[in-house]
Design a protein around this ligand. Sequence first.
Ligand SMILES: N[C@@H](CCC(=O)N[C@@H](CS)C(=O)NCC(=O)O)C(=O)O
Length: 251
Amino acid sequence: MTGRLYVIPASHPSIAAALMLDHKGIPYKRTDLLPVISKLVLRALRFPRNTVPAMKIDGERVQGSRQIARTLDEFRPEPPLFPADPEKRAAVEEAERFGDEQLQHPVRQILWWAIKRDRAPLRSYSEGARLGIPIDLAMLTAAPIVALSARFNEANDANVRRDLAALPEMLQRVDEWIAAGVLNGEQLNAADFQIAPSLGLAMTFDDLRPAIENRPAGQLAKRVVPNYPGKTPPILPPAWLEPLRSESAVA
Ligand SMILES: N[C@@H](CCC(=O)N[C@@H](CS)C(=O)NCC(=O)O)C(=O)O
């Protein structure tokens, strides 16, 4: 069994899929795509949607981090990504859904908002990527890609301010799942692999790391994805970070 995984470098759901393939011990090749261009490539490859992660495994096309988790469990049941016990599985699926539907996008919006304002950190997110063109050229031509990505993802002031205000409650939910043993147990599961990369990406922001790193959610991210690529120096308006400041104090 071999796989090919289509990713955008430093994309959090892409990292989730890569971690799950590693967890299963399934050998795979990775194709790195530039944002926006990725949409065209995925369509040309006859994937039904235009987002990464996308995977080909034994000739089958699978897209979306949650679908990839299920397909991997079918192809290679051990080690499982979901608990066998139905109640425990339901709890993991709920946390996984939260990670995909509620946590992932705000972090994506914060990233594109920041990169649109200052493209300098973008290079750090592409470390080790094979983009098919020299990294210097990719950075020189990044402006339209960044502008389009910010637009597609609605990474505007109002949304990012709202995302930051919602973050404390989301971190609290993750901490509670960890305390309940749903996340960060002895065996990592699909929800751990879904949620930790979003937290890891958030922690690449100097503005956000202090509110996350010392709490259980931060420990989970450091365990699952200790070397998340990228670093963004302080850039978010201090007033928008106010809701997180109290988080740093209590954590
Ligand atoms: N929730 C989906 C979302 C995937 C998603 O939106 N991926 C982003 C990258 S993080 C993407 O492909 N964006 C297209 C682009 O940037 O052009 C999943 O987990 O698979």
